[in-house]
Design a protein around this ligand. Structure first.
Ligand code: FES
Length: 98
């Protein structure tokens, strides 16, 4: 199975390597990343991030995620809720404070 790398805009944290299709909320913790999680089902917005990919491919937004992002950041295409992202490419993640 392939592995992909998550690097963080915040240099305080080293990159993390995770298996393909890993859900970020199952692997990222306060020890290894700046991302915090709350509900983990795409409705609270605690895990709001900007994600830059090498090839632009990420899993489709879930319905909960789409509704949340349209309400909060309708113009920002790179925003995702990290708890709704399954890894399928190398990504760089930047935490967004609401
Ligand atoms: S943890 Fe609540 S939206 Fe991701």
């Amino acid at each position: 199975m392939s592995k992909y790398k998550i690097s963080f805009a915040d240099d305080e944290f080293d990159p993390v390597e995770l298996p393909e299709q890993a859900n970020l909320s199952e692997y990222l913790t306060v020890q290894n990343s700046p991302i915090l999680f709350g509900c983990r089902i795409g409705i609270c917005g605690t895990c709001l991030v900007e994600i830059i990919t090498e090839d632009g491919s990420l899993n489709e937004r879930t319905e909960n995620e789409r509704e949340f992002l349209e309400a909060v950041y309708p113009e920002e295409k790179k925003c995702r809720l990290a708890c709704q992202v399954n890894l399928n490419t190398n990504i760089k993640v930047k935490k967004i404070e609401l």
